[in-house]
Design a protein. Structure first.
Length: 261
């Protein structure tokens, strides 16, 4: 997705940056790990294929991706709480290749948008205005073993949900344009609006840690274990206030992501 190509999200726990070509070598190393392949149900790709994927994901209107990095260095306020960005971080814009250098990368988080087949298969109301309903699938990975079990996965999901709450209209607009172009519909004008019905996450049934993580954020089980040994959990609260929103409001900051020159 192109919408976030110049946006980073800075929090005290993590820095989220758009997935760029300079992230690919470290990402490729992560994905060669058999444990990560099993947890993510992924097949190993060549380095060239990973570069191709990075380009394809940027251009696809149904995929929103962030790389998870260690937070930018901060000074401490007099009471010991995190303060403003230090001179070391440069303040202001996030600098590609510096604030998100390989040794600062810890994982990734993705949103995949799909047509809502349940809605397509059901009888639609004649008064729905031609609304096209979609759902989002969330996928998070803390790949760096030394940074697991420290709450970073939960922090990443909370940050993504906050980003979606603030930018959902723009995200769905890019999806609508992309899907219209893929279907030969030009710029999408004349088509009905897009509505996100829910978020889902698919978790290996044995992955108790992930089930606890998402359950703590309001995702609830939906059905039993599927053919692939996965359980699905669903979140339908994106339209309302998030329970942690007031608490995190001051620590969440969208900043420019600068590729430099």
């Amino acid at each position: 997705m192109k919408f976030n190509e110049h946006i980073a999200v800075s929090t005290p726990r993590l820095l989220l940056v758009p997935y760029e070509a300079h992230h690919v070598p470290r990402y490729h190393t992560w994905m060669k790990d058999p444990e990560i392949q099993e947890l993510t149900a992924s097949e190993p790709l060549s380095l060239d294929e990973e570069y191709e994927n990075q380009v394809e994901w940027r251009q696809s209107g149904d995929k929103l991706t962030f790389i998870l990095c260690l937070p930018r260095p901060q000074t401490l306020a007099s009471d010991g709480a995190p303060g403003v960005d230090s001179a070391e971080s440069g303040g202001g814009a996030v600098r590609a290749g510096v604030d998100d250098a390989e040794d600062r990368m810890v994982g990734d988080i993705n949103l995949f948008i799909y047509p809502d087949q349940e809605e397509e298969d059901s009888d639609r109301s004649p008064d729905d205005g031609g609304v096209r309903r979609v759902f989002g699938e969330v996928d998070v990975m803390v790949a760096s073993s030394e940074h697991r079990r420290k709450g970073l996965g939960k922090a990443a999901v909370k940050t993504l949900l906050g980003f979606m709450r603030r930018n959902l209209s723009a995200i769905l607009s890019e999806y609508a344009l992309s899907s219209a172009q893929a279907e030969g519909g030009g710029d999408g004008r004349g088509q009905g609006p897009v509505e996100l019905t829910r978020l889902v996450v698919k978790i290996k049934d044995k992955n108790e840690a992930s089930k606890i993580l998402f359950g703590g954020l309001g995702f609830v089980p939906n059905g039993g274990v599927n053919y692939f040994g996965e359980v699905e959990m669903v979140f339908e609260g994106l339209g309302g206030a998030l329970p942690w929103e007031d608490e995190d409001r001051e620590s969440y900051e969208e900043v420019q992501y600068s590729m430099g020159g």
